[in-house]
Structure formats: structure tokens, C-alpha cells
Design a protein around this ligand. Structure first.
Ligand SMILES: Cc1ncc(COP(=O)(O)O)c(C=O)c1O
Length: 446
């Protein structure tokens, strides 16, 4: 995207502050191109080294990314609050929005009745003293995780999965360190890795999780951490299979230099069994969010791992926000122990499975191969993302361009099935097939 914004400054700090100000004001929206180093240096009458230093500083803070011939561009979601939220432009009227990877709000448990019951039992106000992980929640979490084959030594609670992952990376890695991430992978994680000044190393993903060759290569490149999505991988729906888990465990065995992080965000919503890697390396963590089955606004995730790793995260929490409110912890416990909620989560799981399978089958009927072994998304490789996204929007469907999730993986689009009704699926598949039909050459007449 070409943008007219006058970058100013005579020093590296002034230039980077000017770019940051443009990002904040919305004058430099995501994906806008910054001028080439030499051109900006000439315009500002400074040396190219000064501009290069400014760009490097912005890169280390995750505001911009430099990608070969694409030059330096503002990242999709720079870690600076902007006046315009431009990441997912609001689709126009009449457009069905399948671009946001959020759970089906119709299938999340209502919190009102649980809050009302908690209100009756809440007791007198609490101060700082009883803060921390609620023992009852820890006990219930331990049971759930152990039943899934995850060893539980230490356990703590964070403000969601990404909060936990941020603390893990900050506790074990330093800016500039390489970190192995799935490609394609969760856009928010790529944003976080950039904001921490870490270097992403792309690990290809197939339907069974990160590929063995991809992990081997990333380790050979010196990755200091590996982040794996256990199930419902975002965006591809991959789930780590038993065989893949075995192969990855073998690769990771005896690697004290690598922090292994597993993200099991689908948790109770995942239909497929968990095949954890937990414990394959001496430094490991397993993070399970409650966002997908119970609601993103609960902002809570369980984090287990080796004693040192959990102690670092819990200790860093304690000198920062302190703890996740015991009110939220109690609410999660109430949801876990409510049979009606458990049934709702099972129904949600079935509904996602049915709609995903129906969409993949309908696309296959048009000769299109899409992916989605588990979770709430379907990932469809396309020849050209921009034209696919535009043609689908014109046909009344907003989908997410794969560029938000990719490093080197081939182009694709992500369709989140959460808002879809069963009856809409054939029409969506028709629209996709139509959108991907190659344009007829000019002058062609049938
Ligand atoms: C791969 C992945 N991990 C975790 C989450 C949930 O994270 P949080 O607990 O921060 O809401 C999501 C949500 O989309 C996700 O896609």
C-alpha cells in the first residue's frame, strides 16, 4: 500500500518516533511501505546509517518488518495502539463475516447464572493475602491435564494463552533469539514474536502438525524455542497426531537449549485426542486457554511445565499484575463443574465438526482441497489471495487473507465457520468456486 506521510527527523530516534507517530495516528496503516533507506536518507539529509538504525529499532519493537523486495512495511498489528483499528476492515452491509477467528458466540455458555450464584457465595471483600492460584482450581486443572497425559509438576494461571506465551518467551529468550513458529500460524503469535524482537523461524505445518523436517531444520538453525499448537491449529486446523508427536519428541529429546511451548487452545472443544509433547525437553510449558470452549472474555489460561519454567512465569506475574483475579478463577471452576455447560461444550464441538466437514466436502465437490482437521477454521490454498478475498467480498463473504498467518507458506485464505449456518454452506462453496475460477483472457468469447 503506497502512503503519503512525511517522515521527519534528523536522528535515528527522531525518525523512528516520527514513524511511530504515523502508525499511531493511522496515517501509516498496516502494510504501508516505508521509503527505501537511501531515499529517506536523501530526503532528510542524513546518512543512510541513521535511517537504517531507525528502521532497525522499529523492527526490533515489532512495528515494521523488512521482507526482501517488499522493502520495509508497517506490520499487520504493530504493538502501538492506533486510532484506527485497520486489521480487519469492517465488511460492508450484507457481507457475512468469516474473517475473524472467534468462537461461535451462540455456542458459548451464558455467564449470568454462574455470576449470580457466585455473587451469593462471594463473602466479604478480599485483600492481597489470599491472592494467587485458587487451590480448588489448581486441583481441578491437575485432574483434567493429567487425564490428557500432560504431566503436572508446577501449575499457574495467566491472563490467556498469549499472556502465558509472552511470559515464557520473555523469561527464556533475549531479543534477537530465533524462535520456531508454525507456518502458517496464529497471526497474534507472529505479532507477539515481532513485538518481543525475536526472530521467527518458519516451521511448515501439515494436517498432523509441524513437520518433522521443519522442526529439524529450525533446531539446526539454532531455534531457542519451539511453539506448537496441539489441536485446532490456527489457521489450518492441524492436530498433532500420535506418530508426529513421537517423531517430534525424538527430535527434541536431549535439547536443554530449547524451550518447548504447547498451545492447546481448543482444549475441551477439540474432538481429537491430545498427543502432548510435554516433558520432551527439560524446559517446557503446556498452555491451555479457556477462550474457545468457555469464552475469550474470561481471559484465563492454565500453564503447566517444568518447575523452573513455571516458577519464572508465576514469579514474573507476581512482580507485575500479581495474579489472575480469583473472581475469574471461580467463574471458570463453576463452568467446569456445571453439567449443562459440559453438555453445551460437547454440542459446540459436534457443531464445529459438522460444519467444517460439510464445507470441506462442498469445496471438494468443486474440485477444491481445503484443510481443517479440527477447530473453527478452514484453510483453503488459493493462487492469489488478494483476488480471492476481493471476489469473495464482492459475492458477500468476508474471509481472512492468508498473508496474516504466513511467513513462507503458499497463499491461502482462512474461512472461520463459527458464524456459518449449515444451510449457507452450499452457497458459500459455490461463491468460493466462482471466485477462484481463472479469469478468462481478454477478448475471449464463449
Ligand atoms: C492458536 C491459538 N492459541 C490461543 C488462542 C486463544 O488465546 P487467548 O487465551 O489469549 O484468548 C487462540 C485464539 O484464537 C489461538 O488461535
Amino acid at each position: 500500500m503506497a502512503v503519503r506521510y512525511q517522515i521527519t527527523g534528523g536522528t535515528a530516534a527522531e525518525i523512528s518516533a516520527s514513524v511511530e507517530s504515523g502508525v499511531r495516528s493511522g496515517a501509516l496503516p498496516p502494510d504501508s511501505a516505508l521509503p527505501p533507506v537511501r531515499a529517506l536518507a536523501a530526503a532528510l539529509a542524513v546518512s543512510p546509517a541513521t535511517v537504517a538504525r531507525a528502521y532497525q529499532e522499529l523492527r526490533q519493537r515489532g512495528l515494521v518488518a523488512t521482507a526482501g523486495r517488499h522493502g520495509t512495511r508497517v506490520r499487520p498489528r504493530p504493538p502501538v495502539a492506533t486510532r484506527r483499528a485497520a486489521r480487519y476492515p469492517t465488511p460492508g452491509p450484507g457481507v457475512r463475516d468469516l474473517s475473524r477467528g472467534q468462537p461461535d458466540l451462540r455456542l458459548l455458555p451464558p455467564l449470568g447464572p454462574h455470576l449470580a450464584r457466585l455473587a451469593d457465595r462471594i463473602g466479604p471483600p478480599t485483600g492481597y493475602a489470599p491472592a494467587g492460584v485458587l487451590p480448588e482450581l489448581a486441583e481441578a486443572a491437575r485432574e483434567r491435564l493429567t487425564a490428557d497425559g500432560v504431566p503436572v509438576d508446577g501449575l499457574t494461571v495467566t491472563g490467556g494463552a498469549l499472556d502465558g506465551i509472552e511470559r515464557l518467551l520473555a523469561a527464556h529468550l533475549r531479543p534477537g533469539d530465533p524462535v520456531a513458529v508454525e507456518d502458517p500460524g496464529w497471526a497474534n503469535l507472529l505479532d507477539l514474536v515481532a513485538a518481543l524482537g525475536l526472530r521467527p523461524v518458519a516451521v511448515p505445518v501439515d494436517d498432523d502438525g509441524p513437520t518433522e523436517a521443519g522442526v529439524r531444520d529450525a533446531l539446526a538453525l539454532g531455534a531457542r524455542a519451539l511453539i506448537v499448537t496441539s489441536r485446532a491449529q490456527n489457521p489450518t486446523g492441524a492436530a498433532v497426531s500420535a506418530d508426529r508427536a513421537g517423531a517430534l519428541r525424538a527430535l527434541l529429546a536431549g535439547r536443554p537449549d530449547v524451550l518447548l511451548v504447547e498451545d492447546d487452545h481448543a482444549a475441551e472443544l477439540a474432538r481429537l485426542p491430545l498427543h502432548p509433547l510435554a516433558g520432551a525437553t527439560p524446559s517446557w510449558a503446556f498452555v491451555r486457554s479457556v477462550s474457545k470452549p468457555y469464552g475469550p472474555d474470561l481471559r484465563l489460561a492454565l500453564l503447566t511445565g517444568d518447575e523452573t519454567t513455571v516458577a519464572r512465569v508465576a514469579g514474573r506475574m507476581s512482580v507485575g499484575p500479581g495474579w489472575v483475579s480469583t473472581l475469574l478463577q471461580r467463574l471458570v471452576l463453576a463452568l467446569w463443574t456445571d453439567p449443562a455447560t459440559t453438555e453445551l461444550v460437547t454440542r459446540a464441538e459436534e457443531s464445529y465438526q459438522r460444519r467444517r466437514a460439510a464445507l470441506i466436502a462442498a469445496l471438494a465437490g468443486h474440485g477444491l482441497t481445503a484443510h481443517g482437521r479440527s477447530g473453527i477454521n478452514v484453510w483453503l490454498p488459493v493462487p492469489d489471495e488478494t483476488s480471492a478475498v476481493t471476489a469473495l467480498r464482492d459475492a458477500g463473504w468476508a474471509v481472512a487473507p492468508g498473508g496474516l498467518f504466513r511467513i513462507g507458506a503458499p497463499p491461502a485464505v482462512r474461512l472461520t465457520i463459527s458464524p456459518l449456518d449449515d444451510a449457507e454452506i452450499p452457497a458459500l462453496a459455490d461463491a468460493v468456486a466462482h471466485a477462484l475460477r481463472p479469469a478468462r483472457p481478454a477478448g475471449f468469447t464463449a
